[in-house]
Design a protein around this ligand. Structure first.
Ligand SMILES: [Zn+2]
Ligand SMILES: [Zn+2]
Length: 329
């Protein structure tokens, strides 16, 4: 079990406390205000949501371009990029760290994936590990490696206001069909201590004779809120959940100089509170109650301890997603 901040830093933190404490109190006030705002936004969105006319798909295939776990020969990264192919088309969901890390370009080439064959790009949320790196997040501009940008300005569906270099940016405000017969839950909000109010959209698709497939990016709004929305969009049974759920309980995939970044960022708690096994138990119970039959887990934001617990305790048949693999759902 790692400390979110290594004890080596503690004397320095103590020294900096005259600055850190007032900053933390101020940020905490904003964080709490955003938490109330996010809850109210989600309540309104859930209240307004009406069923979507989801086409019954013959098949849905998920090819993993970027993930923490990999097939031999593929580059690993603490980011997400999934290619979703259905009988109605294809869509790329997230672009990992984009051009700033080698994984996306290298793995896409190895898998023979070209974005000019894809109908659209969808970004789950505006975080560096999903929209193309730190500079992309700072500038709110989705950034894809130049060699992957298709020549004909495809749509890029966004959960919040941002640009998308080489794409036609389109903000998704409510649940709707996007492309390839796949829909968005519309943005769902969560207050994050360091990143502020964060909007994230999950993908929803309906597989003929099976039921609904739900794919998250980091799962910041919490899987409970995502599945509440999905229930309002279709009364088909839940077949599969997949993607990131953000459970760095014992360690983080991103750590710098003894700082376990994912344990501090994106948990929905202030940095002095850890994400716990109890939190994970709630998420597991939620997925079990929803009756998912398959779970495709992401290791990009979830530690091995949490992946192991989910594999043991979920009623669903679980698979940990690997870059380089294609899953036919
Ligand atoms: Zn995130
Ligand atoms: Zn993430």
């Amino acid at each position: 079990m790692s400390y979110p901040i290594s004890p080596a830093w503690w004397p320095l933190l103590a020294l900096a406390s005259p600055i850190l404490v007032p900053w933390a109190l101020l940020t905490d006030r904003q964080f709490r205000a955003d938490r109330a705002r996010a809850a109210e936004l989600n309540r309104q969105r859930l209240g307004r949501a009406t069923p979507l006319d989801l086409p019954a798909l013959e098949f849905l295939e998920l090819s993993v371009l970027v993930e923490w776990k990999t097939r031999p020969g593929f580059a690993r990264d603490a980011g997400v990029s999934y290619l979703v192919r259905t009988n109605l088309g294809s869509m790329l969901y997230d672009v990992g760290f984009g051009p700033t890390h080698p994984a996306l370009t290298r793995n896409a080439a190895k898998l023979g994936v070209r974005l000019d064959q894809v109908d659209a790009l969808t970004i789950s949320h505006l975080h560096l590990d999903h929209m193309g790196g730190l500079e992309a997040q700072r500038a709110r501009r989705v950034t894809v490696p130049d060699e992957l940008v298709p020549p004909d300005r495809k749509p890029c569906f966004l959960p919040d206001t941002a640009e998308a270099k080489g794409f036609t940016a389109e903000r998704v405000d409510t649940p709707r069909l996007l492309a390839a017969g796949v829909a968005s839950t519309g943005p769902l909000a969560r207050s994050l201590f360091l990143f502020g109010l964060t909007e994230e959209q999950a993908l929803v698709a309906r597989l003929k004779d099976r039921g609904l497939v739900v794919l998250t990016g980091c799962g910041h709004p919490t899987i409970a809120v995502v599945l509440d929305m999905v229930k309002r969009l279709s009364d088909e049974p839940l077949y599969a959940v997949g993607g990131g759920l953000h459970f760095p309980v014992t360690s983080s995939r991103l750590s710098r100089a003894g700082i376990e970044l994912q344990m501090l960022i994106g948990t929905g708690k202030p940095p002095w509170q850890r994400i716990t096994d109890d939190d994970l138990s709630h998420a597991i119970a939620t997925i079990n109650r929803a009756g998912a039959r398959k779970a495709y887990l992401s290791g990009h934001d979830t530690c091995d301890h949490s992946l192991e617990r989910m594999s043991q305790e979920l009623d669903a048949e679980t698979t940990v997603l690997e870059a380089g693999a294609t899953y036919r759902l």
